[in-house]
Design a binder for this molecule. Sequence first.
Ligand code: ADP
Ligand code: MG
Length: 353
Amino acid sequence: MASIKQKFLSRFSNDVGIDLGTANTLVWMRGEGIVVNEPSVVAVNQKTGQIVAVGQSAKDMLGRTPGHIVAVKPIIEGVISDFEVCEEMLAYLIKKASEHKPRWLGPRVVIGVPSGITNVERRAVRDAAKNAGAREVYIVEEPMSAAIGIGLPIKDPIGSMVVDIGGGTTDVAVISLGGIVHSRNIKIAGDKLNNDIISYLRNEFKILIGEKTAEDIKINIGNVFRGDSPLEMPVRGRDLITGLPREVVVTDNDVKEAIGLSIDTLIESIKEVIEITPPEVVSDVMYKGIYLVGGGALLRGLKELFEDSLKIPIHVAGDPLTAVVRGAGVILTDVDSFEDALIENEDELPFIQ
Ligand code: ADP
Ligand code: MG
């Protein structure tokens, strides 16, 4: 049960959940649901240091901006690459959410961060949110938030395993009794698969394609398991020899070959986490299965391939791209009862107030 004080204060402030993903940033608001779902890109005016655009409009500016405006990805491979921009982005999002529904007090904010970020980074995220007007800030590791978002019984003495395949990193986490028992952060995720496809087309077809095209190929025809019917699509790129545009037909087999090594490495990493997990917890996981979240969970055939290689049932979460932010929303309904799931809250750090 939420405390009476919390209930009272919540009438005068907003509750906001934020998923700061490598690829996508999402914001959830109490009473509204998901109010922001945009690529994690910020366009900054280098002359003034001000943010010009955030999200899709900033992404659209990539490569099309005048010299002094640069598009920055604040989080790369699960690590905050640019603190200032990250701060500004948080400020922008909190302000935007507050404008949505103005309240007397600053919002309570739950922020999902990549698992394994350093204490210094966590503190920076917290300070950034505070500076942006948040009244209370709670930080949760993304796989934990995702587990809560998809309704796993995280507080029970039953082990659950969540694999969050995002843009920059994949988080593998084993959760039990409200905490993370083991976790591992692997730098093989959606972006790496896109790069694999770019390299494959360069080597095999001698054409150069961009990241966006590679991602389209992956999503449209990518299949890592035996497919029922072959998939193919025409792809336009620049011929490496003539420098002119050329069209080739790429098949699901090409994609499978291109990303095969990365997918195998991913499977090996999951096996390694299982190997160091206590036997009781492993037995729970074998019985209940592994839950896949994040955009990468949508890759065709991944469920079947993982089941085949790991001999454990695999569940692809419904709406895997929003699991983390939905979890932040659930935490906000009763922050006290999720205390163990949060990696830091202000009461624990009185000395840096
Ligand atoms: P992050 O949490 O790092 O921001 P997301 O969970 O938002 O990442 O997932 C983004 C990744 O998911 C991108 O690399 C994108 O290409 C990938 N993705 C999205 N939809 C699909 C799909 N249908 N098939 C394969 N990959 C997908
Ligand atoms: Mg994520």
